[in-house]
Design a protein around this ligand. Structure first.
Ligand SMILES: NC(=O)c1ccc[n+]([C@@H]2O[C@H](COP(=O)([O-])OP(=O)(O)OC[C@H]3O[C@@H](n4cnc5c(N)ncnc54)[C@H](OP(=O)(O)O)[C@@H]3O)[C@@H](O)[C@H]2O)c1
Length: 313
């Protein structure tokens, strides 16, 4: 039996509420009639302690869903290792510290699979997340989130501030970032194939061999998982939030190409790095602790996202 909290009328601040996932979280919270307050960086710059204090004084949340992050695609991670480490660590630590001073009940932290060590056994299971440091291009971003896992555990231990740490796999869906600087693999491939079809380009070149595998969760499913985390009593032990399904980049590219209706040639530039060979998660804990299972099939989610991109190009 999973203990439930009533969130109707509860004041819930969603940091990153202006972002891709944050907007879906706010929508889902509204269906539960929570008193939702989305905040973006123009409202409160969470790297500034005075702004974090002001947020708690102004909004007096009972729950904070911390979805704000300094993040982006591979290029953004390569160019901002210092910023991503600093900003993500500082935002999370200050939300916890000022939150416990302000009497916050609970914090739901959006973490990332980049917090896993690269050589964690597959599928990634939560008990291995602390086996080694996150490394590679997304290492600094992952390390900051990992610090926040420890911060949540220790704030619970010392101050009784409850928290749920969610570790989502790669998100995709309508409203994703499709620009080169910020896009992740799904959005980047969608843009490439839709634009190639429109312009009649004969060949599309993808990076790497296409062999690495990843896991993708529709943003609406992820938002539903986040709201379950607001409604359930959990410990601060990390919970993977995903589908548990492994898809190779080549399979993903084939699906997007077919849905976008691109009939040209696809080449793979094997001089470009592949990144981690395999990445997918064990999602048993989310089912057990939150009663969460993903519902949106990848093909169906891609169709929706591609149609959205075509209409919003
Ligand atoms: N996208 C993915 O595939 C993915 C996968 C796993 C985990 N996650 C995690 O999920 C969360 C949401 O990701 P997303 O892709 O939705 O991100 P996003 O669209 O880039 O949104 C980031 C949000 O953070 C806010 N923000 C950034 N710096 C801030 C600051 N200094 N002060 C206050 N707010 C600040 C932004 O506010 P403004 O827009 O107002 O500047 C924006 O609302 C993040 O914690 C991310 O680490 C994402």
């Amino acid at each position: 039996m999973i203990a439930e909290l009533d969130i109707q009328g509860r004041r819930i601040v969603v940091t990153g509420g202006t972002g891709f996932l944050g907007r879906y979280i706010c929508e889902e919270l509204q269906t539960w009639k929570a008193d939702v307050r989305p905040v973006g960086s123009l409202d409160y710059d969470l790297c500034e302690q005075a702004a974090v204090r002001r947020l708690y004084a102004d909004l007096q949340p009972s729950i904070v869903v911390h979805g704000a992050a300094a993040c982006g695609g591979i290029q953004a991670n390569e160019e901002n290792p210092g910023l991503f480490l600093y900003a993500n660590a500082v935002m999370g630590l200050m939300l916890l510290e000022e939150g416990r001073r302000a009497g916050l009940d609970k914090l739901v932290l959006m973490s990332t699979t980049c917090a896993y060590p690269q050589n964690a056994p597959l599928p990634f299971s939560e008990e291995h997340i602390s086996d080694g440091p996150p490394t590679g291009t997304t290492g600094p971003y992952g390390l900051a989130k990992r610090l926040l896992h420890e911060a949540c555990a220790n704030y619970e231990k010392q101050y009784g501030l409850r928290s749920t740490v969610l570790v989502p796999s790669n998100l995709y869906g309508p409203g994703d970032h499709f620009d080169e600087q910020r896009s992740h693999v799904v959005a980047a491939l969608i843009r490439r194939f839709v634009e190639a079809k429109r312009s009649g380009t004969e060949q599309v070149v993808n990076w790497g061999t296409g062999k690495p595998t990843r896991e993708f969760i529709h943003v609406r499913d992820a938002a539903r998982g986040v709201v379950l985390a607001c409604r359930r009593e959990t410990s601060s032990a990390p919970i993977n939030l995903g589908t548990g399904q492994e898809t190779s980049i080549r399979e993903l590219s084939d699906m997007i190409m077919a849905i976008a209706g691109y009939e040209g040639h696809v080449a793979w530039d094997e001089t470009k790095p592949d990144g981690q060979p395999k990445r997918y998660m064990n999602v048993d804990r989310a089912k057990k602790v939150l009663g969460f299972e993903s519902r949106i099939d990848l093909r169906q989610g891609l169709e929706e996202t591609i149609r959205w991109f075509e209409n919003n190009l």
